[in-house]
Ligand binder design. Structure first.
Ligand SMILES: *[C@@H]1O[C@H](CO)[C@@H](O)[C@H](O)[C@H]1NC(C)=O
Ligand SMILES: *[C@@H]1O[C@H](CO)[C@@H](O)[C@H](O)[C@H]1NC(C)=O
Ligand SMILES: [Zn+2]
Ligand SMILES: [Zn+2]
Length: 291
């Protein structure tokens, strides 16, 4: 499980977040538009249904979780990889990169999903250009293995390597943009990738009842016992989804989501933030005591 931040909850941002959660990572997605953020879980639920129907997912839920965040700082503070997918406006991206590189971890890797903007321009005012690159996921993110990379003049090979390893465990392939033109897939190419993905899942299902390649760190050699439990998540469901440190021990009211520890819930309330799962206002916190 890797800690991922996604910035911008438009179509691409939401799909990138969903794809990361599908592969078992913990994702925080950020947007300044609260009403857009409020629709993220609905879109993800639809994605899960579609993936399941198309035979692209053996379970009804993602192995990881997506949390909706309304503050940039909370979103990026513990992220190991940050994927920016805000509107295609160079000034917005420049400002965002400048701000986020002052808040993120000193080794966080930052990718922009930009189609047209120059990554050196985007990173112009950022203070860690060696960790910045353009990483363009292609729609629909769940089934397209290609991720197009363009580096800045300062991106270092070890940081590209870290991204390559993350993506490879998810069955994705990094490739460098050839010339100036971005890769655009035809409908036929998109359909054939979806088919290939389905075959791959069926093959793995025959072996283990579970897409082993999708679950970094869980595929133990020689053990092909089917995992029948519908909620065999890689992350520990009893850990607070926000800090990943303390136990989940309180209910957020009125939605009754059990996702955070008491400390994190209090800080959500203090800054009048909403439930990270459903974006409902939090009126009260109830401590839960387990025997
Ligand atoms: C915020 O998101 C909503 C729902 O997606 C959209 O209709 C609206 O135009 C957005 N507002 C702004 C200011 O972008
Ligand atoms: C999850 O956390 C609980 C409580 O600390 C622990 O008993 C359990 O073994 C953990 N499960 C996994 C899969 O790490
Ligand atoms: Zn917490
Ligand atoms: Zn909730």
């Amino acid at each position: 499980m890797v800690k991922i931040a996604v910035l911008g909850c438009g179509l691409m941002g939401t799909k990138i977040a969903g794809c990361m959660a599908y592969h078992g990572h913990r994702v925080k997605i950020f947007d300044v538009n609260a009403s857009a953020l409020g629709t993220v879980q609905e879109i993800l639920d639809q994605d899960k249904e579609d993936l399941h129907r198309d035979g692209l997912m053996t379970h009804h839920k993602f192995l990881g979780q997506v949390l909706c965040m309304s503050r940039l700082e909370d979103t990026v503070e513990d992220a190991e990889f940050i994927f920016e997918a805000v509107i295609e406006d160079i000034d917005v991206k420049k400002e965002l990169f400048e701000r986020l590189t002052q808040m993120c971890k000193p080794d966080a890797i930052i990718g922009s999903n930009s189609l047209q903007c120059n990554i050196d321009d985007i990173a112009e005012r950022a203070n860690c250009k060696e960790r910045i690159m353009n990483l363009r996921f292609l729609h629909p993110v769940y089934t397209i293995p290609e991720v197009e990379i363009t580096t800045t003049r300062h991106t270092t090979p070890d940081n590209v390597e870290k991204v390559r390893q993350l993506l490879e465990k998810m069955g994705k392939t990094l490739f460098y943009r050839s010339g100036k033109e971005p890769l655009i897939l035809s409908d036929i190419q998109i359909a054939s990738r979806k088919l290939a993905r389905r075959k791959q899942i069926l093959r793995q299902r025959g072996l283990a009842g579970f897409p082993l390649n999708d679950v970094p760190g869980l595929g133990h050699d020689g053990n092909t016992t089917p995992m029948q439990d519908d909620d065999c998540a890689t992350s520990n469901d009893s850990d607070c989804a926000i800090c990943m440190d303390r136990k989940r021990d309180c209910l957020l009211c009125p939605c009754h989501h059990l996702v955070t520890c008491h400390e994190c819930a209090k800080s959500l309330v203090n800054r009048q933030d909403s439930c990270p799962i459903c974006r409902k206002e939090i009126s009260e916190i109830i401590r839960v005591y387990t025997a």
